[in-house]
Structures are given as structure tokens and as C-alpha cells.
Design a protein. Structure first.
Length: 332
């Protein structure tokens, strides 16, 4: 292409064709069993407004509020931020020094406190992922067993754990801005509610409805899970402009994942793990289109662009050891 504008025109035209295909799928939705009922549901339903932040799910990070460097070191060590031998205290301290020296977003006071919680959360999510995925897969397996005779079916695909870089990008998409000056600014990443996630693909609108009913019955006491918010993009009231016509049901699910061994492997060091994750329910036809338009969608969303805050934070981008944006992550 001779210019970025020419590329943008081509991408916009391709995305318009995919949107037309997705709109055609939606036009046929009401003709299927359960389609009209699914379209009549509200676009958003908040079931627990007290669990719409990771800060409401996990233990309060007092180290972040008090700017306690010693405790920050301990918490980062517990969740596995340090890549070397974090079991021995001396080795862990050396790893911490390397981490501060080599991670360009952590080298001085303000950048450290602006980014430390996001870094901690990205590794904390890894501790939660196994149990979260096991619980959701169990629900899908039970659903298939109960509905096999009626022809309803579902399959589950776990998504990748949200990386540090992808969390940072999601903050920008949500209009959040991290800062070192306030507790809210230091914990901006807590509003990212899909740090662990997965997608359930189903063969009919009725299957979507039945799964929604099943998930809404979950309780923290009995299941260690609770749906806290539902965004129904199949609703006739939903705005799918930003998604390019792609529709799904997004459920934010609180998960108590129990207590797991600290990633530092020290004896007697355990971490209580609770998070808010995301489970999508999508009709198979939509999923097929999504897979074909995957990279174009990312390009249209500016996911390959350089953002102003990156320029502010990153004087030496090549030196970052916190991870790179994952090009193969899901659209959602």
C-alpha cells in the first residue's frame, strides 16, 4: 500500500462485508427456536454491582495503598513475577533488582507504582486460570449430558490468560488511565474483568438460553461461582457497532478458586485466589465469521498502533521484560 489511508480504506471495506454477513445471521435468528426470546432479553443485566472490580474479588492489596515496597516485593514474589530462583530469599532479591533494572516500566518510583498492580494481576490470573477453566468446563460437560436427548450441544474453548500488555491496552479501550498519584490510578487494571476467560460455542439460540439459566443459578456457597453481569449482544436493544456486528453473550463470572501454593515454591506460602473472569456464549455461525475476520478486526481496532501513553512510559521499548501483546488472542 502506498499510504496508511489506502490500507484503512481496504480494511474498512473488508470489515463492512463481514458486518453484512453477521447482520444476515442476525436477521435469521428469530426464525429459529428460542431466537425471538433471546432477542427480547435486555442488552445488559447487572446481578451484583459489588463485584465489578478485581478489587472486590481478591484480598485488598494493602501494599498498593500504602506504597509498601517490601510488601510489594513479597506479593510479586508470591505470584511468580520473578523468573529465576525465587525460593531462596537472596536469589529472589537479586531477581527483584534485575526486574527493576531491566523492566523499563519499573525503573523509577512513579512508573513502578503506576504499573506494579497490573504486573501482579497478570501473574495472579495465571494462578486462577486452572481452577476457573476446570469449573466452567464442568458446567459445559454437565449441560451436554443433561441435554443430549434434546439435540442441544455446547463446546468449550479456554482463552489465554490476559497478558500485562493486553491489560494495558484494555485499560485504554475502557478509557482508564493508570497513575502513581492515587490508589484508584494505581489499581486501574482492576476494572479489566476478562483476565481469565473462555468461549462456549452452541448450536442454537435455545442452547444459549438454557446455559444462561444454568449460569444464573450458580452461587458462591455451592459452586464457588457467581454471574455478576451479563451483556447480551443478541438483544435487539444491543449496540454492536464497536464489535463490527459480532454478537455473543458476555458473562462476567466471579470465581473463588481456593488457595493455591505460591509460585515462589516456598514451603508454607499459599495464596487465596478469587477473580472475576469472562465467559462468552456464541452461536456457531458467528464464531466461524469471527475466525475469518480475526486479524482484520484487530487492525481496525488499532491494536497494532502505538498509543500516547506508551510513548510516555516507554523510553526504551526493546528492553521490556513484561511480555508482548499477543496477536492470537481472541477478539473479545
Amino acid at each position: 500500500f502506498r499510504s496508511s489511508e489506502e490500507l484503512q480504506v481496504v480494511v474498512a471495506n473488508e470489515m463492512a462485508e463481514y458486518k453484512a454477513e453477521l447482520d444476515e445471521l442476525y436477521a435469521k435468528l428469530c426464525d429459529k427456536d428460542g431466537g425471538e426470546e433471546l432477542a427480547d432479553l435486555p442488552a445488559e443485566e447487572i446481578l451484583d454491582s459489588g463485584l465489578l472490580s478485581q478489587l472486590d474479588a481478591h484480598a485488598i492489596p494493602a501494599w498498593l495503598e500504602k506504597l509498601d515496597v517490601a510488601e510489594a516485593f513479597e506479593q510479586l514474589r508470591l505470584v511468580g513475577v520473578f523468573k529465576g530462583n525465587a525460593k531462596e530469599h537472596h536469589e529472589a532479591m537479586l531477581e527483584f533488582v534485575d526486574f527493576l533494572t531491566l523492566s523499563h516500566e519499573m525503573q523509577t518510583g512513579k512508573p513502578f507504582w503506576r504499573n506494579a498492580y497490573r504486573c501482579w494481576l497478570a501473574h495472579y490470573a495465571k494462578l486462577a486460570d486452572f481452577e476457573f477453566q476446570r469449573k466452567i468446563l464442568g458446567i459445559v460437560d454437565q449441560f451436554n449430558s443433561e441435554h443430549a436427548a434434546s439435540g442441544l450441544s455446547a463446546s468449550y474453548r479456554k482463552g489465554p490468560v490476559k497478558t500485562y500488555e493486553r491489560m494495558k491496552q484494555k485499560e485504554q479501550e475502557l478509557g482508564l488511565r493508570s497513575s502513581a498519584e492515587t490508589a484508584e490510578g494505581r489499581s486501574a487494571a482492576a476494572k479489566v474483568l476478562d483476565i481469565v476467560r473462555g468461549t462456549i460455542s452452541v448450536n442454537s439460540p435455545t442452547a444459549v438460553l438454557e446455559l444462561l439459566k444454568r449460569f444464573k443459578k450458580l452461587t458462591p456457597a455451592a459452586d464457588k461461582l457467581k454471574v455478576v453481569r451479563v451483556n447480551n449482544l443478541y438483544s435487539s436493544k444491543a449496540d454492536t457497532t464497536s464489535a463490527g456486528g459480532y454478537r455473543r453473550v458476555e458473562m462476567n463470572v466471579f470465581a473463588n478458586c481456593g488457595t493455591v501454593a505460591g509460585a515462589c515454591l516456598r514451603e508454607g506460602k499459599w495464596v487465596p485466589v478469587s477473580v472475576v473472569g469472562e465467559v462468552n456464549i456464541v452461536l456457531e455461525g458467528y464464531l466461524h465469521v469471527k475466525k475469518r475476520r480475526h486479524l482484520l478486526f484487530k487492525l481496525s481496532r488499532g491494536m497494532f498502533d502505538w498509543h500516547p501513553q506508551d510513548a510516555e512510559d516507554d523510553e526504551h521499548p526493546a528492553s521490556s521484560s513484561l511480555g508482548n501483546a499477543t496477536l492470537c488472542e481472541e477478539d473479545a
